[in-house]
Design a protein around this ligand. Structure first.
Ligand code: GLN
Length: 206
């Protein structure tokens, strides 16, 4: 994987952990903070964190439009947790759960993944948990959820890769992979390995 160059969106959140996992697998990582950083990447990781803040920073940094265009044209994308929220076409937040800020400043999202994501689906506070479930093509996988969303609705062309308690937590649509959980915080790098193989196969054809 030595010549695969992965951009890791580094505006906010858990991006370092993705970089460690990817470099351990032999990829070259570059941190994405402005549009010129997107040059020459084979794939991108949208990390977990705080999706409202990330969405705002995407606009401030000028990344929003070039990034959305690249992803829509097929750039392999691994989006975890807040990253999944950024990719989603539609976001739902239970009204009772909305903070003052969320009522007035909705999340800016890229909207390239035809799913509806329920934000903070497991509650805002007591919402972190770990479970082990099967991911299609990967096998049994330790899933770490932190104030996680789940996918309420997926378009018929979206491939469902995993469910927990009947709720969708992992999907693939073209070259976009969306996960509710944090694979970068587990000790299992199979998902990152699979993502790197997808990037290599794609070979910058986007
Ligand atoms: N709850 C966060 C959000 O809505 C996502 C949490 C995470 O990325 N671990 O942005």
């Amino acid at each position: 994987m030595g010549n695969v160059k992965i951009g890791v969106l580094a505006l906010q959140g858990a991006f370092i952990e993705h970089e460690h996992m990817l470099t351990d697998l032999g990829a070259v990582c570059t941190e994405i903070r402005q549009s010129s950083d997107l040059q020459g990447i084979d794939g991108i990781v949208l990390p977990g964190g705080e999706s409202t803040v990330q969405g705002q920073l995407l606009h401030k940094s000028g990344l929003f439009t070039p990034l959305r265009e690249l992803i829509a044209s097929g750039l392999p994308t691994l989006a975890t947790c807040a990253g999944l929220i950024l990719l989603a076409q539609e976001i739902s937040i239970p009204v009772a759960d909305r903070t003052k800020q969320e009522k007035t400043a909705p999340v800016t999202h890229l909207g390239t993944l035809p799913v509806t994501v329920r934000r903070n689906a497991y509650g805002r506070q007591l919402s972190s948990f770990v479970t082990e479930e099967s991911v299609k093509g990967i096998g049994s996988y330790p899933m770490i959820f932190i104030r996680a969303p789940y996918i309420e609705r997926a378009d018929e062309h979206v491939e469902v890769l995993a469910k927990v308690d009947g709720n969708i937590v992992a999907v693939k649509y073209g070259n976009q992979i969306g996960l509710s959980f944090h694979p970068e915080l587990s000790d299992n790098s199979k998902i990152h390995k699979w993502f790197l193989a997808l990037c290599q196969k794609c070979g910058k054809h986007f």
